[in-house]
Design a protein around this ligand. Sequence first.
Ligand SMILES: [Cu+2]
Length: 510
Amino acid sequence: MLRTRLRRPGAALGTAIAALAAGGLVAVAFAGCGIVTPGPVSTVGEVDFDRPLAIPPLADSTVDAAGTRVFTLDAQAGTTEFEPGEASGTWGFNGSYLGPTLVAELGEHIRVDVTNSLDEPTTVHWHGMHLPPEMDGGPHQMVAPDASWSPEWDIDQQAATLWYHPHPHGETEDHVARGLAGMFLLHDEHERSLGLPGEYGVDDIPVIVQDTGLSAEGELETKQRGYAGGLGDELIVNGTRSPYLEVGDELVRLRLLNASTARSYAFAWSDDRPIELIATDGGLLEASVPLDQVRLSPGERAEVLLRVEPGERLVLQSQMTPEIAGLVGPVADTNGGSDAFDVLEVRAADTLEAAPDVPAQLNTIADFDEADVVTTRRFELSDSFEINGESMDMGRVDETVTVDTLERWVVENATQVPHSFHVHDVQFRIATIDGEAPPPELAGWKDTIFTEPETEYELLMRFEDYTDTDTPYMYHCHLLWHEDQGMMGQFAVVEPGQSATMTGGTHHEH
Ligand SMILES: [Cu+2]
């Protein structure tokens, strides 16, 4: 925040006044709803770490005669005991909470047979995946109760930590909060050649972080709500309350996924050692980046490496501050911007498997040439859940993009409140933040960014391969309550000279 302020001399006083106004706005917005806005929370030092971290199972798959790898997901209701003997009603894929981890390889053709066993419609969106819009699982690909949907596509992007979750318009926060989410890991030859930790659940660990409201007895409760949305006052990881992870290798890879609906985290180690970031949403960085903390807003992923000594214990924490959150005053305090959490204790065995050194160069990321930009679009995020003054309309295509051309999307959060921005189908690069080059942790491939107040992000992206005049992709704020409130727009990718043809009557909802 301070960094941003310094770049914009003269803005500071206005910021302080506006922040008070925004705080007042939040208070007014919730007055009369009986909703108490959350205040600062800390669980540091209060977590017992007395349960082994659950590892989501790897999804079974079969390869059919045509060479297609086929997965099966069943969205279903069930019960989960976050504390033994205290059952909470939850939703999951192929189980009662979260879903299995799907794994696929660059070049594979895959299909996922999705069944909806819930008693209401939902969708499954493949977050971060490059794929045709009809396979995307957005709000136009609703799956009715007892119906099935079988999207298929080619895996045509580099190794990355992606994920899947529902995307029904107006209900996404609820469906994700109930437990519908899972990881989708992509591998490729290059990644394997690096010798990074890669044994799932052993030295390559999924870490799905969610905040939740649990009663003293351990039953799910309604969360308090800030402007950002529902904010739980404790964390679960992979659905496990109070988790520890035993490791037997001296080098461990943690795949951090913020699957929370509203809360952002600042992941850091309890002994203040640097957290070594190696990959962001869309894949490996060019080189490991040592950071004080890794900030992740909802939907963002980070892969980090941890080197441990025999017998040591340390704790993954979230150490958010208003400065890291990019929020000020009451906006920070009521939106998780001052909250601290113990997340996960790592326990190293007394004898550890040796691990090779990690290559200095992890990836090659060619920069886009801004001279190739064909179209510049602006997206202004409001504090009333609008983008460019419009609320989501399922029948309106907001932007029409010509396939295989370089686009510059300028996203400005002109407000005092937190938002984020996610674009379907592509991985993009951040060219500038308030006119300056991004820090190294934001210089790789991204599909979701946190948008700090009063900050402008210039993104470069190219939509390739899949054109469809009749089915759009989405861009939206990934604070899920904001998305549900209409903070979302639609874009069609078309051949040169084509126009989007979708009209209000063609929703493809069945
Ligand atoms: Cu938002």
